[in-house]
Design a protein. Structure first.
Length: 444
């Protein structure tokens, strides 16, 4: 039987795969597991959600599950995922529950769990919770049933935390923010205005249906147009739960997560905050990031794809900055998970304190053309063990030398092998990727 938890919680088609019954059982099991690990007090859980329609149903089920297992609930309403993680620590709760499918389409939904302090749950605790979903349990009655309260100042608490982590005021900057009709719709424009920026809000009218619909970090086309039309200094695009962001410069050019990390790494190095002069990125980060960091004496530690693995490397090394090309950026001194609003504030703060445009700051990194080909295969193991594939990869790597890179990665969820090639020219990268894809296809 497939594991219930993926790399980022439990996710599926709401009311089909992710049902209210499952949400209730999952929440109840989480409360019981936490209570078993610490019997010194009654468990407290923070519950938030993004604005997709099914979140209302699933929130009710999660709250019912938690309280039926004897946990008290602090309900914070529609807020970004990193806000929920922050509030778990700020409210001294034992558990956080965020109901969101992040950048996924509206019909999907998900349940993310955070441990005390707002950290992601260890695999072992997830396994215990999963095992308890189908288990019979004695339920409390009377005064033992959990209680529910609403945290009326949740957004203000989160905003104050973000502003405290912003080193320079943003006066003089004009920003267009694409809120993806998601969890950032109220928070992002408000926080950026409080930080001093002039704000134009885009896709900030969630109706439960329009989240991520042709907008947000996965679809920045309208943001690029709006930045130019409004004569803004930059644009920021969040995803549905606002744990990531990508940017757009004043000319409408995209600035991705790798470029944002390059800018922030140099800022932290300059202030002496970049621990061990090290940045954590993933295997999918552009070679241009590695080359730019090397030129400035910064080491890049590489993690597997997924913010979970970035977090593991950050904790293991005590590092100060890590993230993904997609715009998940983690600053452990200020957040326990990726935070799109914090990332955007730090990026804009760097613009304000240097007086440089985003294009000038991002120019520290030359983003090499990157081609990704998804190759359907019958047997991923056969590809991994193929001498023909190894030989072909070796030949391409020799041809590219230090100016290019090859990565073959089996999909974790589909019968695919992802072939990624970077090279100085788009045509070179495309030709090499197509050539390797042909070899992979032939041996599988």
């Amino acid at each position: 039987m497939a594991r219930l938890f993926g790399t980022d919680g439990v996710r599926g088609l709401a009311n089909a795969e992710l049902t209210p019954e499952l949400a209730l059982a999952l929440a109840a099991s989480a409360a019981r597991v936490l209570a078993a690990h610490d019997r010194s007090h009654r468990p407290v859980a923070v519950v938030g959600r993004d604005p997709r329609a099914s979140g209302e149903m699933l929130e009710a089920a999660v709250v019912a599950g938690l309280t039926s297992a004897g946990a008290d609930v602090r309900r914070v309403g529609v807020l970004p995922t990193p806000a929920v993680a922050h509030l778990v620590g700020a409210l001294e709760a034992d558990l956080g529950v965020m109901i969101s499918a992040s950048h996924n389409p509206m019909p999907d939904n998900g349940i993310k769990l955070f441990a005390a302090g707002g950290h992601k749950l260890p695999d072992g605790i997830e396994d215990e919770i999963e095992a308890g979903v189908s288990a019979d349990a004695v339920r409390p009655t009377g005064a033992g049933v959990g209680r529910v309260t609403d945290v009326e100042d949740a957004l203000d608490r989160y905003a104050a935390h973000l502003l405290e982590a912003t080193p320079s005021p943003l006066a003089g900057l004009k920003v267009v923010v694409d809120c993806a009709n998601g969890a950032a719709a109220a928070a992002a424009p408000e926080v950026y205005r409080r930080a001093g920026a002039e704000v134009v809000a885009l896709h900030a009218d969630p109706d439960g249906i329009n989240i991520n619909q042709h907008c947000g970090s996965n679809h920045p086309e309208k943001l690029r147009e709006a930045v130019v039309a409004h004569g803004a200094d930059l644009g920021i695009a969040h995803d549905g739960d606002a744990d990531r962001c990508v940017a757009v410069d004043s000319a409408g050019e995209l600035v991705d997560g790798d470029q944002i990390m390059a800018v922030l790494a140099l800022a932290l190095a300059e202030s002496g905050e970049l621990t061990k002069d090290t940045l954590v990125a993933t295997v999918m980060s552009n070679l241009g990031l590695h080359l730019a960091m090397k030129a400035h004496g910064i080491t890049v530690v590489t993690a597997a794809v997924g913010d979970r693995y970035v977090l593991e490397e950050l904790r293991a090394g005590g590092f100060a900055l890590g993230g993904e090309q997609s715009g998940h950026v983690v600053l452990p001194a200020h957040a326990t998970t990726g935070d799109g609003l914090l990332t955007a504030l730090r990026l804009m703060s760097r613009m304000a304190e240097t007086g440089k445009s985003l294009a000038d700051l991002a120019a520290v990194m030359n983003r090499l053309p990157q081609v990704l080909v998804n190759v359907p295969v019958a047997d991923k193991a056969a590809v991994a063990g193929s001498s023909e594939v190894r030989t072909a990869v070796g030949e391409v790597e020799a041809e590219l030398g230090e100016e290019g890179r090859v990565l073959l990665r089996p999909s974790g969820t589909e019968q695919l092998v992802r072939v990624m090639v970077e090279a100085p020219a788009q045509s070179t990268a495309q030709a090499a990727a197509d050539r390797l894809a042909g070899v992979v296809s032939a041996v599988s």
